[in-house]
Design a protein around this ligand. Structure first.
Ligand SMILES: *[C@@H]1O[C@H](CO)[C@@H](O)[C@H](O)[C@H]1NC(C)=O
Ligand SMILES: *[C@@H]1O[C@H](CO)[C@@H](O)[C@H](O)[C@H]1NC(C)=O
Ligand SMILES: *[C@@H]1O[C@H](CO)[C@@H](O)[C@H](O)[C@H]1NC(C)=O
Ligand SMILES: *[C@@H]1O[C@H](CO)[C@@H](O)[C@H](O)[C@H]1NC(C)=O
Ligand SMILES: *[C@@H]1O[C@H](CO)[C@@H](O)[C@H](O)[C@H]1NC(C)=O
Ligand SMILES: *[C@@H]1O[C@H](CO)[C@@H](O)[C@H](O)[C@H]1NC(C)=O
Ligand SMILES: *[C@@H]1O[C@H](CO)[C@@H](O)[C@H](O)[C@H]1NC(C)=O
Ligand SMILES: *[C@@H]1O[C@H](CO)[C@@H](O)[C@H](O)[C@H]1NC(C)=O
Ligand SMILES: *[C@@H]1O[C@H](CO)[C@@H](O)[C@H](O)[C@H]1NC(C)=O
Ligand SMILES: *[C@@H]1O[C@H](CO)[C@@H](O)[C@H](O)[C@H]1NC(C)=O
Ligand SMILES: *[C@@H]1O[C@H](CO)[C@@H](O)[C@H](O)[C@H]1NC(C)=O
Length: 616
């Protein structure tokens, strides 16, 4: 993990010309403000989800969504994926059980349950993740031709963290467009629909003109004023939310980027996403975002044994899904309705707090890393932003460098929940414990995930490639929660990942029987180097790069497509070649736990594939 440099040169410009909190942003500010009203009769805030793995329960909404998806969408989705695999080079040689399971011979309850996880790492990770999803998308003819297309449609869950949360949220709230339409905006885009990522505008300094930037920053800060006036602390994470909203939520395109009368995505809530067509029809994988907690009571001896770990592995990890906010970690095991995030009691209910832009900002808030000491903070480039915020919206007793959510879990599990006495939960970037791939929600036993496609585009090495650190951190965390989660064994040190080349080719973990532990099989795809024999690398840009041209994004998506479709490439006399068996081998991994459930022996090309792709 690494801090982005946020260079906000607002100072001089600010002092001259700002009618502070101008009328312009009134609409956005009002739309961003939470609302308070008496709770409905019989309202119940906290749902105890259970602290024992074997008895934990999912929300009713999630259970209904997953089960409806399973019998209405998955039968066709798995058949389409299967025909994509069978049309690929290795498709005809697969053992019969692959087509029997995916073809539905054993019924819809026997399908594999697939989760896809998109890592953090700023725009680099969002784009790498998008490129991989594109290669798995059944709507993309090149992906179908490669034999990987259709897996996205067959996925039950899609998790995102930090940069990956921008990908997952923008995709979900835009009603699941194709990846090119997501990144660049659909041809028919207008200023009320989704206008694409608008990546050419830098996240905090969109213009080359400091005056324009100063006005922009003031505007964005002004948009959090009404939330504060309603009695909610606002911090730099709220300001960040309003900036991210112009890129990863509906309502902004090139034509209205600086339009102060537009709402720029304010008012779109996470809990409203089930109203979208692709939710109503169960087409979307169920989206989940992840954040860490920055608790004053954390056990800092329990940090990952890696560079740059900030948050102890024993702190609760929070998840946000369209129905609920909370944590399955056994210290807490509790949730509240997502629509009521911000609520702390059963008399006054808060709504409109769970804005998509705020949630994706919570998942991507690294600002506390600047605040290791007052001197270090003052030295940092975000300090000016905090100063303006303090000036305009003075508040006492809050840490401006973390995201703040009123604590709905006060008094709960006092023996184990470290924030049981806190008025506010302090929430920070989901990767601050060094688990940059959001695997946690997919390990919850009640979700019964069989196979996880882990997309890792963190920046671990000097040149912004991965070295396995994220997965190592997850394995270290599992040691604290052995009774709750199961995870396949992975190499415990980055040198093994690097010397065995596990980051430059897809690697499977946990191919040995899941056994009694029920660990899912992990398909790991890292951003470990350029594809095939290519010498120019496009996908290892710095996390600090906050703006991209369309050409840069095209080049990244195109290289990522090759990374995701090459398998273990081979160096032949005529040059580098993609593995012709990759699509078939991936299908073998996808069905493997489902195969085991039917007590079918692994056989044929799946046997050799898993030997080749599995780490042991
Ligand atoms: C499919 O993916 C390729 C490779 O990234 C891209 O060039 C193409 O535009 C995509 N097609 C569709 C229909 O999304
Ligand atoms: C966002 O815009 C797209 C069209 O680009 C639309 O289909 C979708 O419903 C909108 N989402 C929300 C939450 O308004
Ligand atoms: C803009 O796009 C949205 C979502 O696709 C659509 O509902 C709306 O009618 C469009 N507005 C105009 C003015 O074209
Ligand atoms: C903090 O974590 C360390 C390392 O796991 C452990 O040895 C210690 O017992 C923990 N302390 C408390 C108070 O839980
Ligand atoms: C491996 O991780 C260690 C500890 O985080 C770090 O110091 C080292 O630089 C990493 N090695 C490589 C080759 O990146
Ligand atoms: C309930 O929550 C509201 C909103 O946060 C707050 O104003 C009120 O004081 C709380 N009531 C009680 C009894 O705690
Ligand atoms: C402040 O920044 C300077 C220059 O980058 C650096 O040398 C110094 O150590 C920093 N001070 C603190 C307290 O971080
Ligand atoms: C920095 O962190 C400390 C300790 O959490 C907190 O009290 C302080 O308010 C923070 N500084 C800012 C400017 O947010
Ligand atoms: C919470 O407060 C109670 C009462 O002051 C105290 O006994 C307990 O240790 C506190 N728990 C935590 C986790 O801080
Ligand atoms: C990307 O990787 C290449 C090759 O490893 C390296 O030469 C280049 O400097 C890297 N770029 C960045 C921005 O780290
Ligand atoms: C898988 O099982 C084989 C044989 O039972 C064993 O040799 C190997 O070490 C196991 N691999 C892992 C990663 O557990």
């Amino acid at each position: 993990m690494q801090r982005p440099a946020l260079l906000v040169h607002v100072f001089a410009a600010l002092l001259c010309c700002s009618p502070l909190l101008a009328a312009g942003q009134a609409a956005a500010a009002a739309a961003y403000a939470p609302q308070l009203a008496p709770c409905p009769a019989g309202f119940s805030l906290v749902r105890e989800a259970g602290t024992e793995a074997q008895s934990q329960t999912l929300s009713q909404g999630e259970r209904e969504y997953i089960s409806a998806k399973q019998y209405t969408v998955l039968p066709d989705a798995w058949k389409s994926y299967l025909s994509s695999v069978e049309g690929s080079a290795s498709g005809s040689s697969l053992p019969a059980y692959v087509s029997e399971i995916l073809g539905g011979n054993y019924g819809w309850t026997a399908y594999p349950r697939l989760g896809i996880a998109a890592s953090g790492g700023g725009y680099r990770a969002a784009t790498f993740g998008a490129g991989v999803l594109n290669a798995l998308d059944g709507r993309n003819v090149s992906a179908v031709a490669a034999g990987t297309g259709g897996l996205l449609q067959a996925a039950t869950y899609l998790t995102g963290l930090s940069g990956g949360s921008w990908l997952v949220t923008s995709l979900a709230q835009a009603d699941f467009p194709t990846i090119p339409d997501l990144v660049f905006g659909p041809a028919t885009a207008n200023s009320t629909g989704f206008g694409g990522w608008n990546a050419v505008y830098s996240l905090l300094e969109p213009s080359n003109d400091p005056i324009v930037n100063a006005a922009y920053v003031l505007d964005v800060i002004g948009e959090v004023g009404d939330k504060n006036a309603e009695g909610f602390p606002v911090t730099i994470s709220d300001v960040w939310a309003r900036a991210l909203s112009r890129h990863f939520a509906n309502g902004t395109d090139a034509a209205n980027f600086y339009d102060t009368s537009a709402t720029h995505g304010a008012g779109i809530t996470f809990s409203s996403l089930p109203n979208l067509d692709t939710f109503q029809t169960y087409v979307q994988p169920f989206p989940i975002l992840v954040s860490d907690s920055w608790s004053p009571h954390g056990n800092f001896s329990a940090e990952a044994d890696l560079e740059d770990a900030y948050v102890p592995l024993t702190n609760p990890i929070y998840e946000f899904n369209v129905y609920e906010f909370g944590s399955y970690d056994p210290m807490l095991g509790a949730f509240i309705p997502m629509a009521n995030m911000g609520t702390t009691n059963e008399s006054i209910c808060v709504t409109n707090f769970d804005q998509v832009c705020f949630v994706e900002a919570l998942s991507a808030s690294l600002f506390n890393e600047y605040n290791s000491s007052a001197a270090a903070l003052m030295n940092s480039s975000i300090y000016e932003l905090i100063e303006i915020l303090e000036e305009l919206l003075p508040q006492t007793l809050i840490d401006y460098t973390v995201g703040i959510v009123p604590n709905p879990f006060q008094g709960l599990h006092p023996e184990t929940f470290i924030d049981t006495n806190e008025t506010y939960l302090q929430i920070v970037d989901g990767g601050e414990d060094d688990e940059t791939v959001p695997l946690q929600p997919l390990l919850v036993k009640a979700r019964e995930v069989d196979v996880i496609f882990a997309i890792d585009a963190a920046s671990d090495t000097e040149y912004n490639w991965v070295d396995g650190s994220s997965i190592i951190a997850t394995q270290e965390r599992m040691a604290y929660f052995a009774g709750t989660y199961s995870f396949p064994p992975v190499p415990p040190d980055n040198s093994t990942w690097l010397t065995e080349g596990l980051t430059t080719r897809p690697t499977f973990f946990g191919c040995n029987s899941s056994g009694a532990s029920g660990a899912p099989l992990l398909v790991y795809l890292g951003n470990g180097g350029p594809p095939l024999g290519e010498t120019t690398a496009y996908t290892n840009t710095s996390t600090e790069q906050l703006a991209y041209s369309a050409d840069e994004l095209e080049a990244m998506l195109s290289q990522t497509f090759d990374v995701a479709t090459q398998g273990i490439p081979s160096d032949t006399e005529s040059g580098w070649e993609k593995d012709p068996e990759w699509a078939g081998c991936l299908a073998c991994a996808v069905v493997d736990r489902a195969r085991e459930r039917q007590s079918i022996e692994r056989s044929g090309s799946c046997q050799s594939c898993l030997e080749r792709y599995c780490w042991s």
